[in-house]
Design a protein around this ligand. Structure first.
Ligand SMILES: Nc1ncnc2c1ncn2[C@@H]1O[C@H](COP(=O)(O)OP(=O)(O)OP(=O)(O)O)[C@@H](O)[C@H]1O
Length: 290
Protein backbone atom coordinates (compact mmCIF):
# COMPACT_ATOMS: atom_id res chain seq x y z
CA UNK A 1 0.00 0.00 0.00
CA UNK A 2 1.31 3.44 -0.95
CA UNK A 3 -0.31 6.52 0.57
CA UNK A 4 0.46 10.05 -0.54
CA UNK A 5 -0.97 12.94 1.44
CA UNK A 6 -0.65 16.47 0.15
CA UNK A 7 2.62 15.37 -1.41
CA UNK A 8 4.45 18.39 -2.82
CA UNK A 9 7.84 18.96 -4.43
CA UNK A 10 9.02 22.36 -5.55
CA UNK A 11 12.17 23.03 -7.53
CA UNK A 12 12.73 26.73 -6.92
CA UNK A 13 9.61 28.52 -8.12
CA UNK A 14 8.45 25.49 -10.03
CA UNK A 15 6.08 22.94 -8.54
CA UNK A 16 6.91 19.48 -9.92
CA UNK A 17 4.39 17.73 -7.63
CA UNK A 18 1.52 19.74 -6.25
CA UNK A 19 -0.45 18.51 -3.21
CA UNK A 20 -1.01 14.99 -4.49
CA UNK A 21 -3.37 12.76 -2.53
CA UNK A 22 -3.74 9.14 -3.57
CA UNK A 23 -3.68 5.57 -2.29
CA UNK A 24 -2.30 2.61 -4.23
CA UNK A 25 -3.90 -0.57 -2.98
CA UNK A 26 -2.66 -4.16 -3.03
CA UNK A 27 -4.07 -6.81 -5.34
CA UNK A 28 -4.37 -4.71 -8.46
CA UNK A 29 -2.30 -2.85 -11.01
CA UNK A 30 -2.48 0.91 -10.56
CA UNK A 31 -1.38 2.98 -13.53
CA UNK A 32 0.27 6.33 -12.93
CA UNK A 33 -0.54 8.25 -16.05
CA UNK A 34 0.40 11.68 -17.32
CA UNK A 35 2.32 13.49 -20.03
CA UNK A 36 6.09 13.96 -19.87
CA UNK A 37 6.97 16.37 -17.10
CA UNK A 38 3.75 15.76 -15.17
CA UNK A 39 5.67 14.80 -12.04
CA UNK A 40 5.47 11.00 -12.15
CA UNK A 41 9.18 10.29 -11.72
CA UNK A 42 9.50 12.91 -8.99
CA UNK A 43 6.60 11.31 -7.12
CA UNK A 44 8.18 7.86 -7.47
CA UNK A 45 11.55 9.14 -6.30
CA UNK A 46 9.88 10.58 -3.20
CA UNK A 47 8.17 7.24 -2.55
CA UNK A 48 11.56 5.54 -2.25
CA UNK A 49 13.25 8.40 -0.40
CA UNK A 50 15.48 9.57 -3.28
CA UNK A 51 13.86 13.01 -3.10
CA UNK A 52 12.51 14.75 -0.03
CA UNK A 53 9.03 16.26 -0.24
CA UNK A 54 8.87 20.03 0.16
CA UNK A 55 5.71 19.35 2.14
CA UNK A 56 3.22 16.54 2.65
CA UNK A 57 4.20 12.90 2.99
CA UNK A 58 4.23 9.54 1.33
CA UNK A 59 4.37 6.16 3.06
CA UNK A 60 4.77 2.57 1.97
CA UNK A 61 2.96 0.01 4.10
CA UNK A 62 2.36 2.68 6.75
CA UNK A 63 5.94 3.97 7.03
CA UNK A 64 8.24 6.25 5.15
CA UNK A 65 10.49 4.16 2.90
CA UNK A 66 13.66 5.13 4.77
CA UNK A 67 12.14 3.96 8.04
CA UNK A 68 11.84 0.36 6.84
CA UNK A 69 14.48 -2.03 8.16
CA UNK A 70 14.63 -4.05 4.95
CA UNK A 71 13.44 -1.60 2.29
CA UNK A 72 14.38 -3.83 -0.68
CA UNK A 73 12.05 -6.52 0.65
CA UNK A 74 9.33 -3.91 1.13
CA UNK A 75 9.41 -2.02 -2.16
CA UNK A 76 11.04 -3.08 -5.40
CA UNK A 77 11.52 -0.14 -7.72
CA UNK A 78 12.66 0.39 -11.27
CA UNK A 79 13.38 4.08 -11.68
CA UNK A 80 16.36 4.53 -13.92
CA UNK A 81 17.20 1.32 -15.76
CA UNK A 82 20.65 2.55 -16.69
CA UNK A 83 21.90 3.00 -13.14
CA UNK A 84 24.04 -0.12 -13.42
CA UNK A 85 27.83 -0.46 -13.38
CA UNK A 86 28.54 -1.05 -17.10
CA UNK A 87 31.47 -3.38 -16.48
CA UNK A 88 29.57 -5.70 -14.20
CA UNK A 89 27.69 -8.73 -15.47
CA UNK A 90 23.95 -8.96 -14.85
CA UNK A 91 24.58 -11.79 -12.40
CA UNK A 92 27.25 -9.86 -10.49
CA UNK A 93 25.09 -6.75 -10.35
CA UNK A 94 22.18 -8.68 -8.85
CA UNK A 95 24.44 -10.73 -6.61
CA UNK A 96 26.07 -7.58 -5.18
CA UNK A 97 22.61 -6.22 -4.39
CA UNK A 98 21.61 -9.54 -2.84
CA UNK A 99 24.75 -9.80 -0.70
CA UNK A 100 24.28 -6.33 0.74
CA UNK A 101 20.66 -7.04 1.59
CA UNK A 102 20.87 -10.52 3.05
CA UNK A 103 19.15 -12.11 0.06
CA UNK A 104 20.24 -15.67 -0.87
CA UNK A 105 22.00 -16.47 -4.16
CA UNK A 106 19.15 -18.83 -5.13
CA UNK A 107 16.88 -15.79 -5.35
CA UNK A 108 19.36 -14.13 -7.76
CA UNK A 109 19.08 -17.15 -10.02
CA UNK A 110 15.29 -17.10 -9.71
CA UNK A 111 14.93 -13.47 -10.81
CA UNK A 112 17.41 -13.93 -13.68
CA UNK A 113 15.21 -16.73 -14.92
CA UNK A 114 12.00 -14.78 -14.30
CA UNK A 115 13.30 -11.77 -16.24
CA UNK A 116 14.39 -13.94 -19.18
CA UNK A 117 18.08 -13.07 -18.69
CA UNK A 118 19.56 -16.56 -18.31
CA UNK A 119 21.40 -16.52 -21.64
CA UNK A 120 23.05 -13.11 -20.99
CA UNK A 121 23.53 -13.27 -17.22
CA UNK A 122 27.33 -13.48 -17.51
CA UNK A 123 27.64 -10.67 -20.05
CA UNK A 124 28.64 -7.11 -19.22
CA UNK A 125 25.55 -5.03 -18.44
CA UNK A 126 27.13 -2.10 -20.29
CA UNK A 127 26.67 -3.97 -23.58
CA UNK A 128 22.96 -4.59 -22.96
CA UNK A 129 20.28 -3.20 -25.24
CA UNK A 130 17.75 -0.83 -23.68
CA UNK A 131 15.26 -3.69 -23.43
CA UNK A 132 17.74 -6.02 -21.72
CA UNK A 133 18.72 -3.22 -19.33
CA UNK A 134 15.04 -2.76 -18.57
CA UNK A 135 14.69 -6.48 -17.81
CA UNK A 136 17.71 -6.31 -15.53
CA UNK A 137 16.20 -3.33 -13.71
CA UNK A 138 13.00 -5.30 -13.21
CA UNK A 139 14.95 -8.34 -11.98
CA UNK A 140 16.60 -6.05 -9.40
CA UNK A 141 13.21 -4.65 -8.38
CA UNK A 142 11.90 -8.17 -7.75
CA UNK A 143 15.02 -9.43 -5.98
CA UNK A 144 13.72 -8.83 -2.47
CA UNK A 145 10.37 -10.50 -3.28
CA UNK A 146 8.72 -7.19 -2.26
CA UNK A 147 5.10 -6.62 -1.34
CA UNK A 148 5.09 -3.43 -3.36
CA UNK A 149 6.48 -3.14 -6.88
CA UNK A 150 6.93 0.23 -8.51
CA UNK A 151 8.08 0.61 -12.10
CA UNK A 152 8.70 3.89 -13.94
CA UNK A 153 7.84 3.53 -17.65
CA UNK A 154 8.79 -0.17 -17.76
CA UNK A 155 7.81 -0.76 -21.39
CA UNK A 156 10.23 1.90 -22.67
CA UNK A 157 12.65 0.31 -25.08
CA UNK A 158 11.10 -3.14 -24.96
CA UNK A 159 10.33 -5.08 -28.11
CA UNK A 160 6.78 -6.46 -28.60
CA UNK A 161 7.70 -9.70 -26.83
CA UNK A 162 9.08 -7.72 -23.90
CA UNK A 163 5.95 -5.55 -23.73
CA UNK A 164 3.81 -8.66 -23.57
CA UNK A 165 6.08 -10.11 -20.89
CA UNK A 166 5.72 -6.96 -18.78
CA UNK A 167 1.92 -7.00 -19.11
CA UNK A 168 1.73 -10.60 -17.93
CA UNK A 169 4.22 -9.99 -15.16
CA UNK A 170 2.27 -7.00 -13.79
CA UNK A 171 -0.98 -8.97 -13.82
CA UNK A 172 0.67 -11.92 -12.06
CA UNK A 173 2.23 -9.72 -9.38
CA UNK A 174 -1.16 -8.14 -8.67
CA UNK A 175 -2.82 -11.57 -8.59
CA UNK A 176 -0.29 -12.60 -5.95
CA UNK A 177 -1.76 -9.78 -3.83
CA UNK A 178 1.08 -7.31 -4.28
CA UNK A 179 0.75 -3.56 -4.70
CA UNK A 180 1.73 -2.75 -8.27
CA UNK A 181 2.32 0.88 -9.26
CA UNK A 182 3.43 1.53 -12.81
CA UNK A 183 3.89 4.80 -14.65
CA UNK A 184 3.38 5.58 -18.30
CA UNK A 185 2.59 8.48 -20.59
CA UNK A 186 0.61 6.09 -22.81
CA UNK A 187 -3.08 5.77 -22.10
CA UNK A 188 -3.13 2.90 -24.60
CA UNK A 189 -0.68 0.88 -22.51
CA UNK A 190 -2.41 1.63 -19.23
CA UNK A 191 -5.81 0.68 -20.64
CA UNK A 192 -4.39 -2.79 -21.28
CA UNK A 193 -2.68 -3.46 -17.96
CA UNK A 194 -4.13 -1.26 -15.23
CA UNK A 195 -7.24 -1.81 -13.17
CA UNK A 196 -6.99 1.54 -11.49
CA UNK A 197 -5.63 4.86 -12.77
CA UNK A 198 -4.09 7.84 -11.07
CA UNK A 199 -3.84 10.58 -13.66
CA UNK A 200 -1.63 13.63 -13.17
CA UNK A 201 -0.92 16.77 -15.15
CA UNK A 202 1.52 19.53 -14.14
CA UNK A 203 2.02 17.89 -10.79
CA UNK A 204 -1.68 17.88 -9.93
CA UNK A 205 -4.11 15.03 -9.53
CA UNK A 206 -6.53 15.02 -12.46
CA UNK A 207 -8.34 11.74 -11.79
CA UNK A 208 -8.29 8.79 -9.44
CA UNK A 209 -10.52 6.27 -11.12
CA UNK A 210 -10.90 2.81 -12.62
CA UNK A 211 -10.32 2.22 -16.31
CA UNK A 212 -13.95 1.10 -16.55
CA UNK A 213 -15.31 4.31 -15.01
CA UNK A 214 -13.08 6.45 -17.17
CA UNK A 215 -14.44 4.76 -20.29
CA UNK A 216 -18.00 5.25 -19.02
CA UNK A 217 -17.41 8.93 -18.27
CA UNK A 218 -15.86 9.40 -21.70
CA UNK A 219 -19.23 8.43 -23.16
CA UNK A 220 -18.69 4.73 -23.49
CA UNK A 221 -21.30 2.04 -23.49
CA UNK A 222 -23.88 3.77 -25.64
CA UNK A 223 -25.99 1.95 -28.21
CA UNK A 224 -26.40 3.22 -31.74
CA UNK A 225 -29.88 2.56 -33.15
CA UNK A 226 -31.07 3.27 -36.67
CA UNK A 227 -34.82 3.16 -37.24
CA UNK A 228 -37.37 4.80 -39.56
CA UNK A 229 -39.36 5.75 -36.43
CA UNK A 230 -36.80 7.45 -34.15
CA UNK A 231 -39.28 9.75 -32.35
CA UNK A 232 -41.62 6.90 -31.41
CA UNK A 233 -38.81 4.61 -30.31
CA UNK A 234 -37.23 7.39 -28.27
CA UNK A 235 -40.48 7.95 -26.38
CA UNK A 236 -40.72 4.23 -25.61
CA UNK A 237 -37.13 4.01 -24.36
CA UNK A 238 -36.63 7.10 -22.19
CA UNK A 239 -37.01 6.69 -18.45
CA UNK A 240 -35.01 6.89 -15.23
CA UNK A 241 -31.30 6.30 -15.92
CA UNK A 242 -31.88 6.17 -19.66
CA UNK A 243 -30.76 8.91 -21.99
CA UNK A 244 -31.64 8.87 -25.69
CA UNK A 245 -30.33 11.51 -28.07
CA UNK A 246 -30.64 12.04 -31.79
CA UNK A 247 -30.77 14.79 -34.38
CA UNK A 248 -34.01 16.02 -35.89
CA UNK A 249 -34.49 14.51 -39.32
CA UNK A 250 -32.00 11.71 -38.66
CA UNK A 251 -32.89 8.05 -38.35
CA UNK A 252 -30.09 7.53 -35.86
CA UNK A 253 -30.39 7.51 -32.05
CA UNK A 254 -27.74 7.13 -29.33
CA UNK A 255 -29.07 5.40 -26.23
CA UNK A 256 -27.26 5.24 -22.87
CA UNK A 257 -28.47 3.12 -19.97
CA UNK A 258 -29.97 0.24 -21.98
CA UNK A 259 -28.48 -2.84 -23.60
CA UNK A 260 -28.97 -3.62 -27.30
CA UNK A 261 -31.01 -6.62 -26.14
CA UNK A 262 -33.46 -4.40 -24.18
CA UNK A 263 -33.79 -1.92 -27.04
CA UNK A 264 -34.34 -4.66 -29.63
CA UNK A 265 -37.00 -6.32 -27.47
CA UNK A 266 -38.86 -3.06 -26.88
CA UNK A 267 -38.79 -2.20 -30.59
CA UNK A 268 -40.09 -5.67 -31.52
CA UNK A 269 -42.91 -5.44 -28.96
CA UNK A 270 -44.13 -2.27 -30.68
CA UNK A 271 -43.50 -3.36 -34.24
CA UNK A 272 -40.79 -0.77 -34.86
CA UNK A 273 -38.30 -1.81 -37.55
CA UNK A 274 -34.59 -1.50 -36.75
CA UNK A 275 -31.95 -1.10 -39.45
CA UNK A 276 -29.03 -1.10 -37.06
CA UNK A 277 -28.45 -1.84 -33.38
CA UNK A 278 -24.84 -1.70 -32.17
CA UNK A 279 -22.99 -1.27 -28.92
CA UNK A 280 -20.46 1.56 -28.99
CA UNK A 281 -17.66 1.31 -26.45
CA UNK A 282 -15.17 4.13 -26.14
CA UNK A 283 -11.65 2.81 -26.25
CA UNK A 284 -8.77 4.48 -24.48
CA UNK A 285 -6.32 2.76 -26.72
CA UNK A 286 -5.64 5.60 -29.08
CA UNK A 287 -5.07 8.22 -26.43
CA UNK A 288 -1.55 9.19 -25.62
CA UNK A 289 0.47 12.18 -24.69
CA UNK A 290 3.54 11.06 -26.48
N1 LIG B 1 16.08 17.81 -10.18
C1 LIG B 1 15.24 18.66 -10.77
N2 LIG B 1 15.49 20.00 -10.78
C2 LIG B 1 14.63 20.86 -11.36
N3 LIG B 1 13.48 20.51 -11.97
C3 LIG B 1 13.17 19.21 -12.00
C4 LIG B 1 14.02 18.21 -11.39
N4 LIG B 1 13.44 16.99 -11.57
C5 LIG B 1 12.29 17.21 -12.24
N5 LIG B 1 12.13 18.55 -12.50
C6 LIG B 1 10.98 19.14 -13.19
O1 LIG B 1 9.81 18.72 -12.54
C7 LIG B 1 8.77 18.44 -13.48
C8 LIG B 1 8.29 17.02 -13.32
O2 LIG B 1 9.30 16.12 -13.79
P1 LIG B 1 9.18 14.55 -13.72
O3 LIG B 1 10.44 13.98 -14.29
O4 LIG B 1 8.79 14.14 -12.36
O5 LIG B 1 7.96 14.28 -14.69
P2 LIG B 1 7.48 12.92 -15.35
O6 LIG B 1 6.00 12.94 -15.33
O7 LIG B 1 8.15 11.76 -14.74
O8 LIG B 1 7.96 13.07 -16.84
P3 LIG B 1 9.00 12.17 -17.67
O9 LIG B 1 8.23 10.99 -18.10
O10 LIG B 1 9.39 13.08 -18.78
O11 LIG B 1 10.14 11.86 -16.72
C9 LIG B 1 9.34 18.75 -14.84
O12 LIG B 1 8.96 20.06 -15.20
C10 LIG B 1 10.84 18.67 -14.62
O13 LIG B 1 11.52 19.51 -15.53
Amino acid sequence: MIEARHLTKNYGERSAVDRLDFTVKPGSVTGFLGPNGAGKSTTMRMIVGLDTPTSGSVTVNGRRYTRHRTPLQEVGALLEARSIHPGRSAFNHLNALALTHGIPRTRVEEVIDLAGLSSVAKKRAGAFSLGMGQRLGIAAALLGDPETVMLDEPVNGLDPEGVLWIRNLLTQLAQQGRTVFVSSHLMSEMALVADHLIIVGRGRLLADTTVQDLVREAGGDTVRVVTPEPARLRELLVGPGVDVTGQVGSEELQAAGLTPHEIGTKAAEHGIPLFELSQRTVSLRRRSWS
